[in-house]
Ligand binder design. Structure first.
Ligand code: GLY
Length: 603
């Protein structure tokens, strides 16, 4: 599909030219091309399915010859499928799904957060859009210096909202149907309501203290003074009016005029520094996608200010050196050891060096030099964990995990992988009165007090300090995987804060490199290491005690946590059918466009 020939809408001024997937190069990473040694199972034909533990049950999945959407709610996935049915393309469907998530998944779906989108068009062109929030112009090193300055709740936590600007830009460059058509399902859902699922009701109760502090949130989530209960219908007339304005005027509805004024008033009333000029000035940026190759697969993901592309590249390069054919086998303690040792080394670099590349000098060429990554991989001891203290770095701030991911793919090879966030669950907890949506707490993704030892005496990353207009470092890792001919193989992403890159990579390794059925790969037990704290995170009850004991015997501290990530993914089967799989850790669902089979559970 030729961009310039469609509706006279050409690429944005200053946009990188779309890259054809047949050209294996990574502009951001200085042309780094990781050639991986060894013949993996992907090169020797499909494998028998692995006996993968499924600690959270089976993944709701659908197999179809038509387009498919997977997101955190069934309503939002259906909104995307509706656009495909109406003749829209993958970007139209992604915009409709993202807007519908702002209605049906207020924990993380949003109008006033930010995100990243990686897309493939029908002709194989690849795109990466950065619609990460920015620090307000008045923000700086001292913004959070005062005791009690809160980067999680209330006005000071709010970075410049970016989501609607980002969706609008993606649609302007790549969409097919009119913008207002993409907004229609979300407007309907806000106006007519949807049935509150148990997961939302539980999170409202869990966050009641924060939400009850703000009148807009009290009104929306505690009608009559009681928390919304599962099974109630949530109707959002204020949000419907806001979405109608967005449908009519585009992102200016939020970034200029009365809704912008309502945002600024709410932020200022609750202690923040955001201005009308911050809102009016926000611009999303097209970036060159980050790429790494592994066993003939091309992993296409997000460059800085996401750390996702960096971590994926570093970990895969190390595994190529440290692992043999068929490794890492994530169903064994030895395979998990190999994986987390590579992650430990990659996160040490991330925490020390990465920040907004438009504001700080990030030595990417040095950090990702093939010889350096090979040396990192060679330093992995297969029989013993390397103490993180011997790999000096700063400790990153603990990241909030409530984000959401959606994927869309069509039979003609279009794909969108989009991760969006308010940062913490329900963002800064304040619904803008009269406008009906929550604001983000993305300022917490900066190292808010760099150079100042925290409670534990740790000094955090200078590269990710608060700077006016800077984008906070992110972990969001929307990804596409292409085969050696540039054909789409996998569309994948996850929420989960700092665990996102390792989560996404484990699903890529299982489903694309080692040919496990996608629903199994999504449901399988997951592991995480981020250098500091020096521990392997393991999902509670996910693996037998002997598995954890084996990790301890290798020298790892093991920390159990409830769950890691919530992946939504689509796989393209060799016969061209698409498999959409939602994570059983959440309550997301796939939706297929017309003429598809009904959703079913994996066997
Ligand atoms: N707010 C989560 C992230 O960007 O990684």
């Amino acid at each position: 599909m030729s961009r310039s020939g469609r509706d006279g809408r050409g690429p944005a001024v200053g946009s990188p030219a779309p890259r054809r997937s047949s050209r294996l190069a990574c502009a951001l990473f200085g042309g780094l091309l990781l050639a991986f040694a060894g013949k993996g199972p992907a090169e020797s034909g499909p494998q028998a399915p692995h006996p993968v533990p499924r600690p959270f049950g089976v993944s709701p999945s659908v197999t179809t010859r038509s387009g498919v959407v997977v997101s955190a709610t069934a309503e939002a996935s259906r909104a995307g499928a509706e656009l495909l049915d109406a003749g829209g393309n993958a970007v139209d469907a992604a915009v409709a799904t993202a807007l519908a998530l702002a209605v049906t998944y207020p924990q993380a779906g949003n109008l006033a957060g930010g995100g990243f989108l990686v897309a493939r068009s029908r002709d194989g062109s690849l795109f990466a859009l950065d619609f990460r929030e920015t620090a307000p112009a008045a923000a700086g090193r001292t913004t959070f210096a005062a005791p009690g300055a809160d980067s999680l709740t209330g006005g000071l936590a709010v970075a410049v909202p970016a989501t609607v600007r980002g969706l609008e830009e993606a649609h302007r460059r790549l969409g097919r149907l009119p913008w207002a058509r993409c907004a229609a399902p979300a407007i309907r859902l806000a106006r007519d309501g949807f049935v509150v699922p148990g997961g939302l009701a539980q999170e409202i109760v869990a966050e009641r203290k924060r939400l009850l502090r703000f009148p807009g949130s009290r009104r929306l989530f505690f009608p009559g003074g009681k928390p919304l209960a599962a099974g109630e219908r949530l109707v959002q007339p204020d949000l419907a009016r806001t979405l109608e304005a967005v449908a009519r005027k585009g992102s200016d509805a939020l970034h200029r005029g009365p809704i912008a004024q309502a945002i600024v008033d709410d932020v200022r009333r609750t202690g923040g520094i955001l201005t009308l000029l911050d809102l009016a000035s926000y611009r999303p940026l097209w970036r060159a996608p980050a790429e790494a190759t592994f066993r003939g697969l091309d992993v296409v993901t997000m460059p800085l200010p996401s750390s996702g592309g960096f971590l994926v590249t570093s970990i895969l390069a190390q595994l190529a050196v440290a692992g043999g054919a068929g490794e890492p086998d994530l169903d064994t303690p030895e395979g998990v050891h190999l994986f987390v040792e590579a992650a430990r080394r990659a996160y040490a670099d991330r925490n020390e060096w990465l920040g907004d590349p438009d504001c700080v000098a990030v030595p990417l060429a040095r950090l990702l030099a093939p010889a350096r990554l090979a040396a990192l991989g060679a330093s992995i001891d297969r029989a013993r964990a390397t103490p993180s203290a011997s790999l000096p770095s700063v400790e990153a701030r603990a990241e909030r995990e409530e984000t959401t991911h959606l994927v869309v793919a069509t039979p003609d090879g279009e794909a969108v992988s989009l991760t969006t966030t308010l940062n913490g669950v329900f963002g800064n907890a304040s619904v803008v009165p009269g406008a009906g949506f929550l604001l983000n707490d993305e300022m917490d993704d900066f190292a808010t007090r760099p150079g100042v030892p925290n409670l534990f005496g740790l000094v955090q990353g200078e590269a990710n300090a608060v700077r006016p207009g800077a984008r906070p470092l992110s972990s969001m890792t929307p990804a596409l995987v292409l085969d050696r001919r540039g054909k789409l193989r996998l569309v994948v992403g996850s929420p989960g804060g700092s665990t996102i890159p390792t989560t996404v990579l484990q699903v890529i390794l299982r489903a694309a490199a080692f040919d496990q059925p996608l629903p199994d790969a999504v449901a399988a037990a997951r592991f995480h290491h981020q250098h500091l704290p020096d521990q392997v995170s393991v999902e509670r009850g996910a693996v037998p005690p002997a598995f954890e004991a084996a990790l301890r015997a290798l020298g790892h501290a093991v920390q159990e946590r409830e769950s890691i990530g919530r992946v939504h993914a689509i796989e393209v089967l060799p016969d061209g059918r698409l498999v959409g799989a939602a994570d059983p850790r959440g309550y997301g669902a796939p939706a297929a466009a017309r003429a598809a089979s009904a959703p079913r559970s994996a066997p």
